[in-house]
Write a protein that binds this ligand. Structure first.
Ligand SMILES: *Cc1c(COP(=O)(O)O)cnc(C)c1O
Length: 830
C-alpha cells in the first residue's frame, strides 16, 4: 500500500531552470487554462507565482508536522494589519530560486522584472505597525521559529492615493481583482462569531451563576492561508486571514416571509465586516464596524488556536505551556475578555483558572502614547455589540480594583486612574488598561518609548506591577529592505564580506573597515548614483518632475501627520528657496526634496499639508531662477513597493518628529541600512541608531523630550519664535500671503493659524536648530569622500536593527519559544 501519510511520498521539486520552466508552462496551461499564444503578462505572473508556490507547500506541510511532532510551543501574532507588499520576488529570493526562475522566464521571452511589477501590493496595513507585523513573520520563518500570524483578509486594503491638482484623492484598493495566487481558501475551517443578542443567567446547585450569551447575529469567519517562506530557505510558516461570510441560515426569517432579495441584502451586510481596512494611522476610528472587525478576527483566531491545542491533545490548563499570543497594539485587546469567555462559558472553567491561563498566555505591544490614538469604546456600544464581554470586563475591573485598593489603601485617585472604565463623561472602556491587566508583559517598541510608558502613560500600572514592563526595540528585515530592494548594494556587500549578513545582520559589521578604502567608497557612490537614476526616472514618469541624480536626495517618506512634522521640512524648503532668490545660496548644494505618504481621508490638516507641499513644489520647480538647485517632489501612493524604489536612492533620511511622539519608527532603520545619513531628533529609535552609528555619523538637532515637556508646561508661545526669527517669519508670511496659491486667497490659512496659535508639535521652537543642522548637511555633502565614509558606516553599524534581533528578544523574554527547523526537506538547488 502506498502510505500517503509517510514522508516518502513527498518529493521535493527540482529547482533548476528546466524544472522551473516546466512548472511555469504546466501551471499556465493546466492550472490557468491559458494558451501560451494568447497568454497576457498577468497570466504569466500567475503561472510563475503558482510554480513558486508549489515549491513552498511541501515545506509548509513539513513545517507544521515538525512543530506538531515536537510539541513545540507556538506564538500567534494577532494583528489587524499586515503591510506585506508583493510576494513574488520575496518568495523567489527566500527559496533561492530567483536566478533560475528569471532564466526560465527569459526562455519563454518574458522579463521577470516586468511581470513582477504587475503584482498588486498586499497593503493590509496603514504604516509602521502593519509593516512591523510583516517583518516579524519573515523573521519567524527565517529563524525557524514556530510563529503564525492571524489577521483580516480585507477585500479593500489601504486606499490608493492619486494627487490631482495638488490634492489627495482616494481610490479603493482592489488588490483581489485578478485573484491572489498566494492564498489558499479553507472553506472547511469556518468559525461562528456572534454579535448583539442578550445574556441569560443559570444558577448551579451550589448557587454559582453561569452566564450564557444568546441570539443576536452570527457571522462565519472563513480562513485564507498564506504561506510565509523563510530565507535560506528556512521554514514555511502560515499567515491566516479571516474573511466574513454569511452564516448558512442567514436567510431563514426573510425567506419565510418570501423576501428573497431582502435575504441577500442581509448576507451582504454581514460580509461587510472584512470589506475594508480603516485608513487611520495614529488615531482611533471609534465606529461600530471597527469594533466588530476587532472582535471578529480575535474570536475566530482564539477559537482556531484552542481547537488546535485540543487536537494536539493538551489540556486547557496547559495552554500557556504550548501557546503564546501577542497582541499588536490594543486592536485585538478584546482577546482578554474573549479568551475568558471561551474558557469559562464554553469550557466550564472557573474564573480563577481561566484568569491564570489568560494572563499567562497573552502579551501586549504598545505602539503609541498619543491620546487621540488610545482606543476606548463607549460602554453603551460594547454592551450592545458584545454584552457578555462587557460583563466580563466589569468583573475583571472589579477584581483588579479590589486588589489595588488592598495594596494602596485610601488612594481613590489611583483607582480612578487605573480603572478599565473611564468614568468621566459618557463611560468608556479603556482598551490599553484591559490589555495591561489581562497580559503577562507589556512592551514598548524603542528604549525611549518604553521608558515613557513606564513614566507617563502606564506609570500607575508600573508601580503596581513593575515586572510586566519590558522593551523590545523594533527592527526591519534585511531580506526585503536591503537584499531585495537594493540588489546592487547587496551584491557589493556580498562581494567584499560574504552573504552571512542576509540571515544574520550582525555579520555586516566588517563592512565598517572598508569605509576607509577609497575604492570601496567609489563603488558605493556608483551604486547610490545608479539607484538615484532609477528613482529619477520613476519621478519623471509618475510626478512629471525632472531631477538631476547628482543632487542630494533628501527624503521624508511616512504617513502624513502633524507630529511627524512634514511642515518643518517644508519650512526648510521655503527657506532654501528664499536664499536662492536672495542670491545667498552659494554655500548650498543642489537638493531634491522628496515627500511621500498618505493622509487619513478624514484628517483635514494632513490633507492640507499635502496640498501645501504640492503648491510649494509647483512654485519652486517652475521658477527659472532656481533651476536644478532645488526641486521638491511629492511622490504619490506611498506603499511598500514605492518604498523599495525610494529608500535605496536616499542620501538624507528625515526623522524629525517632536521628541517623545514617535514610538520607534522603522523607516529610519530602512534608510540608514541603505546608507542614507539621518537628520533627526532624539526621538524613538533615532536615539539607539545614534548610539550604534556614532554621533559623528548622524545629524541630531532639536529639543529633547524633557525640554518639550518643559516648554509645554511653561505655556509655549510660538509667536515668540515668529517675532525673533526673520527668516522663519518670512516663510510663514509667504504661506499666509498666498504666495504659493495666488488663485485662491487664504487657501493655507489654517496651517499658518495652527502654527502661530498653538503649534502643538513645536515646529517653530525647533526651526532654527533644524536649519543650522541642514547647513551642516550641505557642508558635508560637498565632501563626497567624508559623506560616503559615513554612509557606509551607517550601513555597517545597523546590525542591531535587524528584525531577527527583535524577534529573538520577544522569543526569549516574552514568548518562551525555540527554533524547530524542518529537516530532511532541503530542496535541491540548481
Ligand atoms: C516602514 C514603512 C512605514 C513606517 O515608516 P516610519 O517612517 O517609521 O513612519 C510606513 N509605510 C511603509 C510603506 C513602510 O514601508
Amino acid at each position: 500500500m502506498n502510505d500517503i501519510l509517510h514522508e516518502s511520498v513527498f518529493t521535493p521539486l527540482e529547482n533548476d531552470c528546466k524544472a522551473l520552466g516546466d512548472s511555469i508552462r504546466g501551471r499556465l496551461i493546466h492550472s490557468l487554462g491559458k494558451d501560451p499564444r494568447i497568454a497576457t503578462e498577468r497570466d504569466w505572473l500567475h503561472a510563475v507565482a503558482l510554480a513558486v508556490r508549489e515549491r513552498m507547500l511541501e515545506r509548509w506541510i513539513f513545517t507544521r508536522r515538525g512543530y506538531q511532532d515536537a510539541s513545540a510551543k507556538r506564538v500567534y501574532y494577532l494583528s489587524m494589519e499586515f503591510l506585506i507588499g508583493r510576494g513574488l520576488i520575496n518568495a523567489m529570493l527566500n527559496l533561492g530560486i530567483y536566478d533560475a526562475t528569471r532564466e526560465a522566464l527569459a526562455e519563454f521571452g518574458m522579463d521577470l522584472g516586468e511581470i513582477a511589477e504587475l503584482e498588486a501590493d498586499a497593503a493590509l496595513g496603514n504604516g509602521g505597525l502593519g509593516r512591523l507585523a510583516a517583518c516579524i513573520l519573515d523573521s519567524l520563518a527565517t529563524q525557524c521559529l514556530p510563529g503564525f500570524g492571524y489577521g483580516i483578509r480585507y477585500e479593500y486594503g489601504m486606499f490608493a492615493q492619486e494627487i490631482r491638482d495638488g490634492i489627495q484623492i482616494e481610490h479603493p484598493d482592489t488588490w483581489l481583482r485578478y485573484g491572489n495566487p498566494w492564498e489558499l481558501p479553507r472553506p472547511e475551517g469556518l468559525h461562528p462569531v456572534r454579535f448583539y443578542g442578550h445574556l441569560i443567567t443559570h444558577y448551579r446547585a451550589n448557587g454559582e451563576a453561569q452566564h450564557f450569551w444568546e441570539d443576536g447575529e452570527t457571522v462565519m469567519a472563513m480562513p485564507y492561508d498564506l504561506p510565509i517562506p523563510g530565507y535560506g530557505p528556512g521554514n514555511v510558516n502560515n499567515l491566516r486571514l479571516w474573511a466574513a461570510k454569511a452564516s448558512r441560515d442567514f436567510e431563514l426569517e426573510y425567506f419565510n416571509e418570501g423576501d428573497y432579495i431582502g435575504a441577500v441584502e442581509q448576507k451582504n451586510q454581514s460580509e461587510n465586516i472584512s470589506r475594508v481596512l480603516y485608513p487611520n494611522d495614529a488615531s482611533q476610528a471609534g465606529r461600530e464596524l471597527r469594533l466588530k472587525q476587532e472582535y471578529f478576527f480575535v474570536s475566530a483566531s482564539l477559537q482556531d488556536i484552542l481547537g488546535r491545542h485540543r487536537e494536539d491533545g493538551h489540556t486547557l490548563s496547559a495552554l500557556p505551556n504550548h501557546v503564546a499570543i501577542q497582541l499588536n497594539d490594543t486592536h485585538p485587546a478584546i482577546a482578554v475578555a474573549e479568551l475568558m469567555r471561551l474558557l469559562m462559558d464554553d469550557n466550564d472553567l472557573p474564573w480563577n483558572a481561566a484568569w491564570r491561563i489568560t494572563v499567562k498566555t497573552l502579551a501586549y505591544t504598545n505602539h503609541t502614547l498619543m491620546p487621540e490614538a488610545l482606543e476606548t469604546w463607549p460602554v453603551e456600544l460594547m454592551t450592545r455589540v458584545l454584552p457578555r464581554h462587557m460583563q466580563i470586563i466589569y468583573d475583571i475591573n472589579h477584581r483588579f480594583l479590589n486588589d489595588v485598593r488592598h495594596r494602596f489603601p485610601g488612594d481613590q485617585e489611583l483607582l480612578r486612574r487605573v480603572s478599565l472604565i473611564d468614568e468621566a463623561g459618557a463611560r468608556r472602556v479603556r482598551m490599553a488598561h484591559l490589555a495591561v491587566v489581562g497580559s503577562h508583559h507589556t512592551n514598548g517598541v524603542a528604549a525611549l518609548h518604553s521608558e515613557l510608558l513606564r513614566n507617563t502613560l502606564f506609570s500607575d500600572f508600573y508601580r503596581i506591577m513593575p515586572e510586566r514592563f519590558v522593551n523590545v526595540t523594533n527592527g526591519v528585515t534585511p531580506r526585503l529592505w536591503l537584499h531585495q530592494a537594493n540588489p546592487d548594494l547587496s551584491r557589493m556587500i556580498c562581494k567584499h564580506i560574504g552573504d552571512g549578513w542576509i540571515r544574520d545582520l550582525d555579520q555586516i559589521a566588517p563592512l565598517a573597515a572598508l569605509a576607509e578604502n577609497a575604492e570601496v567608497r567609489a563603488e558605493f557612490r556608483q551604486v547610490k548614483l545608479a539607484n538615484k537614476r532609477r528613482l529619477a526616472d520613476y519621478i519623471a514618469a509618475e510626478a512629471g518632475v525632472r531631477v538631476k541624480p547628482e543632487a542630494l536626495f533628501d527624503v521624508q517618506i511616512k504617513r502624513i501627520h502633524e507630529y511627524k512634522r512634514q511642515l518643518l521640512k517644508l519650512l526648510h524648503v521655503i527657506s532654501l528657496y528664499n536664499r536662492i532668490r536672495d542670491g545667498q545660496a552659494d554655500d548650498c548644494v543642489p537638493r531634491v526634496v522628496l515627500f511621500a505618504g498618505k493622509a487619513a481621508p478624514a484628517y483635514i490638516m494632513a490633507k492640507q499639508i499635502i496640498r501645501l507641499i504640492n503648491d510649494v513644489a509647483d512654485v519652486v520647480n517652475n521658477d527659472p531662477i532656481v533651476g536644478d538647485r532645488l526641486k521638491c517632489v511629492f511622490v504619490p501612493n506611498y506603499g511598500v513597493s514605492i518604498a523599495t524604489i525610494i529608500i535605496p536612492a536616499a542620501d538624507l533620511s528625515e526623522q524629525i518628529s517632536t521628541a517623545g511622539t514617535e514610538a520607534s519608527g522603522t523607516g529610519n532603520m530602512k534608510l540608514a541600512l541603505n546608507g542614507a545619513l539621518t537628520i533627526g531628533t532624539l526621538d524613538g529609535a533615532n536615539i539607539e541608531i545614534r548610539d550604534e552609528v556614532g554621533a559623528d555619523n548622524i545629524f541630531i538637532f532639536g529639543l529633547h523630550t524633557d525640554e518639550v515637556e518643559a516648554r509645554q508646561q511653561a505655556g509655549y508661545d510660538p509667536r515668540k519664535h515668529y517675532r525673533e526669527n526673520p527668516s522663519l517669519a518670512r516663510c510663514l508670511d509667504m504661506i499666509a500671503s498666498d504666495f504659493f496659491a495666488p488663485d485662491e486667497p487664504h487657501r493655507h490659512q489654517a496651517i499658518v493659524d495652527s502654527l502661530l496659535h498653538e503649534d502643538r508639535y513645536l515646529l517653530l521652537a525647533d526651526y532654527a536648530a533644524y536649519i543650522e543642522t541642514q547647513n551642516e548637511v550641505d557642508r558635508l555633502y560637498r565632501e563626497p569622500e567624508d559623506w560616503s565614509r559615513k554612509a557606509i558606516l551607517n550601513t555597517a553599524r545597523m546590525g542591531r536593527f535587524s528584525i531577527d534581533r527583535t524577534v529573538r528578544e520577544y522569543a526569549s523574554q516574552i514568548w518562551g519559544i525555540e527554533p524547530r527547523s524542518v529537516k530532511g526537506q532541503e530542496p535541491k538547488n540548481a
